[in-house]
Design a binder for this molecule. Structure first.
Ligand code: GTP
Ligand code: MG
Length: 195
């Protein structure tokens, strides 16, 4: 797979809109504004495929991006954004939970964490939740360009310990800005498809 072809299949607001082709799926998870949509763009070498914003709360639907006619990346609304109404939060939460728990073609989740900060309680909850449902996880510590190289290992350790990352889970240092880690991330995603 060369990641040469990528297109938005649908921005879904309810499960009846989810694609029915049966292609394997990899979903994103992470705090609002952490860089989930930017991760998709960097990974697929596209500037504006997934919509991004400097303001949190940009992604508000489940967006299914088909890649090379062989896999679907699913961008999701972030958690932890205070300005979203309680009702909307509850609706997203239900939709994402329903998706994660019932989606047969879901092969794994890319959990995106800001490399600069310790994981939040919600990050820890999400990690434990994914573990509970035995979903394979790839941890992406993003915005690495905002830290000098020699500081990164200490921050990766902080993320590993904060989340309680198990041995079997990969932690990849990433930057959507410079492209650091994107080939490694892609390899890990492809590996999940063949498991
Ligand atoms: P929601 O859709 O609100 O959940 O946010 P998101 O997680 O999709 O974040 P998004 O990709 O929209 O990025 C949020 C902001 O972070 C944007 O201003 C991006 O340009 C910036 N950003 C994302 N990744 C990186 C990165 O690796 N380095 C730097 N410097 N900025 C980044
Ligand atoms: Mg987004």
């Amino acid at each position: 797979m060369k990641r040469s072809k990528a297109e938005l299949l649908i921005s879904a607001v309810s499960p009846d809109q989810f694609p029915t082709k049966g292609l394997p799926e990899i979903a994103l998870a992470g705090r609002s504004n952490v860089g989930k949509s930017s991760f998709i763009n960097a990974l697929l070498n596209r500037k504006k495929l997934a919509r991004t914003s400097s303001k949190p709360g940009k992604t508000r639907t489940l967006n299914f991006y088909e890649v090379d006619e062989s896999l679907i990346l699913v961008d999701v609304p972030g958690y932890g954004y205070a300005k979203v109404s309680k009702a909307e939060k509850a609706r997203w939460g239900r939709m994402i939970e329903h998706y994660l728990m019932t989606r047969e073609q879901l092969r794994g989740v890319v959990q995106v964490i800001d490399i600069r900060h310790p994981p939040t309680d919600e990050d820890v909850q999400m990690y434990q939740y994914l573990k509970h449902f035995e979903l394979p996880i790839i941890i992406i510590t993003t915005k690495a360009d905002k830290l000098s190289k020699n500081k990164r290992p200490k921050h990766v350790k902080q993320v590993r310990e904060g989340l309680g990352v198990r041995k079997e889970d990969k932690v990849i240092v990433f930057s959507a800005e410079t492209g650091l880690g994107k080939d490694e991330a892609w390899q890990e995603i492809v590996a999940l498809l063949s498991d």
